[in-house]
Design a protein around this ligand. Structure first.
Ligand code: SPV
Ligand code: MG
Length: 298
């Protein structure tokens, strides 16, 4: 295996070596650099950083001015993925919506694996793609266990090496099908070859996730568990780890934090007929020129 694609196996290595793999969304090269380079020194001497990049369907689509309905197809996603991979070294997890038909998913797996992506996540939904965090009046349809298992199995057969991971994302809690259904699916998806389980929830309280985690931890052949605490975000990483979660994904926060400031800047320029008042929302010019330094040629 060449040096570039040794990135693929870095996610499984992190899962072996760390209590929690901390993942932040990126949707272009610059946000990729934020995930790559941001570090915080804590008062107790610890230093923390993100371990991996989430290339999510929501942030990718919305940053292109399109809704999260799979209108941004795999070809367009690959362009964004390459843009991020070009300037980063951390492992990447790609959110491939429902993965499309198994035959198509197999090709997506091969493309992502070849690019050096570490894992693909597919969700057990069918029909028109809708984001999971919509209000309840937006209709979603869950896939059958049988169909989704076939997709997982075909994906695993399609990958060329042994390191690429397929993450099975369970939407039972989003679709109010209950924890029993979510657990039944987790066991079936693991039996079909899933390398990790992502359990999603859009309740404000973390209670249903914690109940799922408690019951999931009793499954004998369980795989690493992933949580996306976007709505139930009062819970800490430590609490999720104590409940048995191995990967925590912050799925959309760079996009959501950039957008409000950009709107303020645009409004300030219109209000004042000049940009002076927008300075408070903007980086100074010298800083932006040094944001991505030119490489030194020796
Ligand atoms: C995404 O980031 O695109 C996701 C996570 O799929 S969520 O938006 O919570 O569905
Ligand atoms: Mg998505």
């Amino acid at each position: 295996m060449n040096e570039v694609n040794s990135r693929t196996k870095r996610l499984s290595e992190l899962l072996e070596s760390k209590d929690v793999v901390r993942v932040l969304e990126a949707h272009n090269g610059l946000t990729g650099l934020i995930v790559e380079n941001t570090k915080v020194h804590h008062e107790d001497g610890r230093e923390t950083e993100f371990d991996a990049i989430w290339e999510g369907s929501l942030s990718d689509a919305v940053s292109k001015g399109k809704p999260d309905i799979s209108v941004v197809d795999v070809g367009m996603r690959v362009q964004t993925i390459q843009e991020i991979l070009d300037v980063t070294s951390k492992p990447m997890i790609v959110d491939a919506n429902n993965g499309n038909f198994p035959e198509i998913f197999g090709y997506t797996v091969r493309t992502l694996e070849r690019l050096g992506v570490s894992a693909v996540s597919i969700e057990d939904k069918v029909d028109k793609k809708r984001n999971s965090l919509h209000d309840d009046d937006v209709a979603h349809t869950q896939d059958t266990i049988e169909n989704f298992c076939k997709k997982i199995a075909h994906g695993k057969e399609s990958q060329r090496g042994k390191n690429f991971m397929i993450i099975a994302r369970i939407e039972s809690l989003i679709l109010k099908q209950g924890i029993d259904d979510a657990l039944t699916r987790a066991e079936a998806y693991i039996a079909a070859g899933a390398d990790a389980i992502l359990i999603h929830s859009k309740q404000k309280s973390p209670d249903e996730i914690l109940e799922f985690c408690a019951r999931y931890s009793k499954i004998a052949n369980r795989k690493p568990l992933i949580a996306v605490p976007t709505i139930y975000n009062s819970i800490t990483e430590n609490e999720l780890v104590a409940a048995g979660v191995s990967i925590v994904i912050y799925a959309n926060h760079l996009l959501r934090s950039a957008y409000p400031t950009m709107i303020k800047t645009a409004e300030s320029i219109l209000t004042n007929g000049r940009s002076l008042e927008a300075d408070e929302f903007c980086m100074p010019m010298p800083d932006v020129l040094n944001l991505v330094p030119e490489p030194e040629v020796k």
